[in-house]
Design a protein around this ligand. Structure first.
Ligand code: BDR
Ligand code: CA
Length: 306
């Protein structure tokens, strides 16, 4: 069984990733931990509970996590232009039906990694703060986890939040730097591949034609995301399936091809959040995904999602 913890900052594409994961029998989701990022942690936690309500899933624990950066130094600005004021495309959903599990996200990660040694995959699709805190509190986590899959970084392409940085790394570069140096086995699913996986307007129309509660919800949140992409990345031709690809690469690792690299994070200054990778420098600390079978992944995602 593929035990996973999803670490999210829900977020529109996070909501897609959650739906994809929940609909994938290959994964046993132990819990969903939340972090600040696309919105405040209170909002991303509420959004996560609301998404699970819409999916009709009440047996996956949700655990709230970090409200600020690992080193408590960097400032944080909510990216309302890409995910809306509420983080879900200004859909302003009804209040969640259930509560979070009363523990800290990093303690949940530690407890599950220890309960299932060498079996848990942590998929982070927000910043790496909760994971960094878990490793800081219990360094054995780096050895006991099965693997970490991070949606983040841009090793061979430009950034999306600044010319140098991808948003999840930029949000908390101190956490990313700590995690990258920890020795934990990491696969980086960054913009190098996620920009090649696109959801298009026609897919939203198809979801509406399916006419289910879930399909309408996903189409509604993606309207905002699609418009934001059209405005800010006009040449892309759709919106990127960043977070779903990280989940997809765990469901079927053959969707992507990764190479071992030595990757460092720029933690401050003009290039804050940049992920600088080198194939020849040893030792490698990360497997960086550089190729993706986009057609096969996107059609798998579309079949599963609604
Ligand atoms: C990442 O940033 C967030 O806005 C998305 O949810 C995704 O995790 C893409 O750079
Ligand atoms: Ca995200």
């Amino acid at each position: 069984m593929n035990y996973v913890i999803l670490d999210v900052d829900t977020g529109i594409d996070d909501a897609l990733a959650i739906s994809y994961a929940v609909h994938s029998p290959e994964l046993k989701i132990l819990g969903i931990t939340t972090c600040f990022g696309n919105a405040t942690v209170e909002e991303t936690t509420r959004n996560t509970l609301q998404v699970l309500d819409i999916l009709g899933t009440d047996d996956i624990p949700v655990i709230a996590g970090a409200a600020q950066t690992f080193l408590r130094r960097e400032s944080y600005e909510k990216p309302t232009w890409i995910h809306g004021e509420d983080g879900l495309g200004n859909t302003h959903l009804p209040a969640p039906k259930r509560e979070v599990l009363q523990m800290k996200a990093h303690d949940f990660i530690i407890s599950k990694v220890r309960e299932y040694p060498h079996q848990v995959t942590v998929i982070t699709v927000g910043c790496q703060t909760n994971l960094a805190l878990a490793i800081e509190h219990d360094p054995e986590v780096a050895r006991l986890v099965r693997q970490v899959v991070i949606m983040g970084g841009a090793v061979t392409v430009a950034g999306n939040i600044t010319p140098h940085a991808e948003a999840n790394i930029y949000t908390d570069p101190g956490a990313a730097d700590f995690v990258f140096r920890s020795g934990i086995p990491i696969t980086l699913v960054g913009l190098d591949v996620t920009l090649k996986t696109l959801l298009r307007r026609q897919h939203l129309n198809e979801w509406r034609e399916k006419n289910t509660h879930v399909s309408h919800f996903l189409a509604d949140i993606c309207d905002f995301y699609m418009d934001a992409h059209q405005k800010n990345y006009p040449t892309l031709g759709g919106c990127s399936l960043h977070d779903p690809l990280a989940v997809g690469s765990v469901i079927d690792p053959s969707f992507v091809k990764a190479v071992p690299m030595h990757v460092e994070v720029v933690t401050a200054g003009e290039k804050r959040g940049q992920t600088v990778g080198c194939e020849s420098q040893q030792p490698s600390n990360i497997h960086v995904c550089l190729e993706v079978d986009s057609d096969r992944f996107v059609s798998h995602f579309l079949q599963r999602i609604v």
